[in-house]
Design a protein around this ligand. Structure first.
Ligand code: MG
Ligand code: MG
Length: 274
């Protein structure tokens, strides 16, 4: 049985864009501060201040049992890392996931960064892995714009990732619908599924979020009950945007330009709601 999900009006999508842009600002501020010696708790405070100053609420704190604004996952940690006093080191592959709620509407976005100051081969491999994950996200968003069924997104992500090398795509962790709640139906798989999923129609709003490893896809949860780490110790990368299909086209809610620059190569022109 396919679960139902709510479609959003253009007016609601305009409100979601406010939450999306505040989420993007929080991540931009975290990115600028991610230097060797900085702790992930310090990054968490930067994101929290950005969201509160912008009139929003950190929506990760509304998740039962979670008490932070961001998730910060380093190297073999893929997602759901808890901010701590751990200091960043040059060359670390840091994934930061963040979300803001504004006026009851949610944004959710993630970036991966190689902490500056290391020009080793390992740091370059990590940057390449992050770039592959980021482009897989854009390939998925392009499929969201041009496709007819939900799983067109997963097929595009899988095809792109596997064209770039022997990366693993996480199976247990997937994207989701977004709106009044940060996590809504439908599930958004990052790979081809037997069921092509529901039709992509105006009003559908999703958080698309590929998570890839430099090795095997298998993961375990650390003793903190949150942090998802690869079984084989390979590095993980994670990128995410919240996206909307509205009455006139698509818009990337957590990208300041709505996705215009990154979608050009796919022939997709996002349409801004005025
Ligand atoms: Mg997220
Ligand atoms: Mg998400």
């Amino acid at each position: 049985m396919r679960k139902s999900y709510t479609l959003k009006t253009d007016e609601e999508i305009r409100k979601m864009r406010v939450a999306g842009l505040l989420t993007a600002q929080a991540l931009a501020n975290v990115r600028a501060a991610a230097k060797p010696g900085v702790t992930t708790l310090e990054l968490d405070a930067i994101a929290e201040k950005t969201i509160l100053d912008g009139g929003g609420v950190p929506n990760f704190k509304m998740v039962p049992g979670y008490f932070h604004t961001i998730c910060a996952s380093i190297n073999s940690e893929v997602v759901h890392g808890i901010p701590s006093n751990r200091e960043l080191k040059a060359g670390d592959l840091l994934s930061v996931d963040c979300g803001a709620e504004v006026d009851g509407w949610n944004g959710d976005s993630a970036i991966s960064i190689v902490v500056p100051g290391d020009d080793s081969d390992l740091a370059k491999q990590r940057q390449t892995q992050s770039d592959v994950c980021e482009e897989a996200l854009w390939a998925g968003i392009a499929a969201f714009a041009t496709g007819s069924k939900l799983n067109d997104i997963g097929i595009a992500i899988q095809d792109y990732v596997l064209s770039q090398g022997p990366y693993g795509i996480l199976q247990q962790y997937i994207g989701h619908g977004i709106g009044r709640s940060m996590h809504e139906d439908p599930a958004v798989f990052n790979y081809k599924t037997r069921d092509a999923g529901p039709k992509l129609v105006a009003g559908i709003c999703l958080a698309i979020e590929p998570m890839i490893t430099a090795g095997d896809q298998e993961t375990f949860i650390q003793d903190d009950d949150w942090t998802v780490e690869t079984m084989d110790g390979s590095d993980g990368a994670h990128w995410e945007h919240s996206v909307a299909r509205h009455s006139q086209g698509i818009w990337v809610l957590t990208a300041p330009d709505g996705g215009k620059s990154r979608l050009a190569r796919y022939g997709v022109v996002p349409v801004e709601l005025n």
